[in-house]
Write a protein that binds this ligand. Structure first.
Ligand SMILES: Cc1ncc(COP(=O)(O)O)c(C=O)c1O
Length: 405
């Protein structure tokens, strides 16, 4: 690499370091679980920062299914799907994902990022319009940007603004409203019933990314649509296998058979990139089987989330309201969020501090995430530690002062 480029990049890195916004990678030395060992910290560390919502990432059956598929299918397809890269296990997991999503069919990708950025440009062209929530995940934003369609952004979960954006679209061939199910940085959920009504009124199709909703929302963990009782009413659902459904990687689009047939023909990652590894397909399939057999896991996740949320509120924190397993505490400044995250780690708790550009300037936060396999003792330990660190960092005091002013 040229010395000039290196020097220029070093300058950008130094600026991040000076601003206290440089992200630090933590090195976990074993499987993902509620408790892990970390290279940077002696002793066990409690994880409240993972999307491993159902605690399936190291479940023995999920691991065994992946190993078996490795023996059966080898490392991978060494090919794109249509060239010679479709295994029987791909068809199996796609049938399972369609059932889970209440759709006719599904198509896997190597990640949900790839699914989202492979979806929008395929189905929305110059004559079409994409209407997208302003707080959508970056992969939905990039998917919209990669499309040649007219793009409109509505204020977060603001149905009047969504309606206004629909009114502003004149003569579009296809209209799509694009939303996260659970918003990843806020933990709140899309107003699906209202979106469905508006979409019907304006002839729009709904694209729902339920990456943080699947396995979490609804009594059976079938996602945000189940939570609202509107299963089967969402045109297109995208999701990840890298969070509740095993936690490895992988993504999918679920929808009508026609949509999936069409994407198989034209979605660029399907044409120019390898298929999902068989190990991941098998592990995710097993994770979904466990989800279907053990709804008590979802119930426990809901209980733990409530305990964490209520416990934090009782201590004087002000987590953002929401019903998902994501409990964010806004602390304002990016450097401060990172500092608090370091203070928590020193006490044995892993919670990441998120700042700009992942979230808007001035809204840096600690994002706490629940997991179904957290014990009551672990929750008690977490809340005690949050109280201590919150007081040391002045966060709890600040909130209490504001409350009593
Ligand atoms: C809402 C949402 N969509 C998509 C993704 C990307 O998922 P993957 O890791 O499978 O690419 C994420 C990951 O953070 C997400 O939160």
């Amino acid at each position: 690499m040229s010395a000039a480029l290196d020097q220029s990049l070093q300058g950008d890195l130094s600026a991040m370091r000076d601003a206290g916004t440089l992200k630090t990678f933590r090195h976990i030395t074993g499987p993902m679980d509620t408790q892990v060992s970390m290279a940077e910290k002696s002793g066990p560390v409690l994880v409240l920062s993972s999307n491993n919502y159902l605690g399936l990432a190291d479940h023995p059956q999920v691991v065994a299914a992946g190993k078996k598929a490795l023996d059966e299918f080898g490392a991978g397809t060494a090919s794109v799907r249509f060239i010679c890269g479709t295994f029987s296990i791909h068809e199996e997991i796609e049938r399972t994902l369609a059932q889970l999503s209440h759709t006719e069919a599904a198509l896997t990708y190597v990640s949900c990022w790839t699914a989202n950025t492979g979806l929008m440009p395929a189905i929305a062209g110059e004559q079409d319009a994409l209407v997208s929530d302003e707080l959508n995940h970056a992969s939905l934003i990039d998917g919209c940007r990669a499309s040649k369609a007219k793009r409109l952004v509505y204020k977060h979960s603001d149905m009047a603004d969504l309606e206004a954006k629909f009114q502003a679209i004149k003569g579009a061939r296809r209209i799509f409203v694009v939303t996260d199910g659970v918003f990843s940085m806020e933990g709140d959920i899309a107003k699906l019933p209202e979106i469905i009504v508006l979409a019907k009124k304006h002839g729009a199709s709904i694209i729902l990314d339920d990456s943080h909703g699947t396995g979490v929302m609804g009594k059976h963990g079938r996602g945000t649509a189940e939570h609202y009782g509107v299963e089967g009413q969402i045109d297109i659902i995208t999701g990840t296998l890298g969070k509740a459904l095993g936690g490895a990687a992988g993504g999918y689009v679920a929808g009508s058979k026609t949509l999936i047939d069409y994407l198989s023909q034209v979605s660029r990652p399907q044409l120019f990139s390898n298929a999902l590894p068989a190990t991941i397909a098998a592990s995710a399939g097993k994770a979904i089987e466990i989800l279907n057999k053990e709804p008590q896991r979802v119930a426990r996740l809901h209980e733990i989330t409530r305990k964490l949320r209520d416990g934090l509120k009782n201590l004087g924190f002000e987590p953002l309201e929401g019903e998902s397993a994501i409990v964010p505490i806004i602390v304002g400044d990016t450097a401060f969020a990172i500092k608090m995250s370091q203070m928590l780690l020193a006490e044995g708790i892993f919670v990441t501090g998120f700042g700009y550009p992942v979230v808007p300037q001035g809204t840096a936060r600690l994002r706490i995430q629940a997991c179904a396999t957290l014990t009551d003792d672990q929750i008690t330990f977490a809340l005690r530690t949050f109280e201590r660190v919150g007081e040391q960092a002045g966060v709890i005091g600040r909130v209490r002062q504001a409350a009593s002013a």
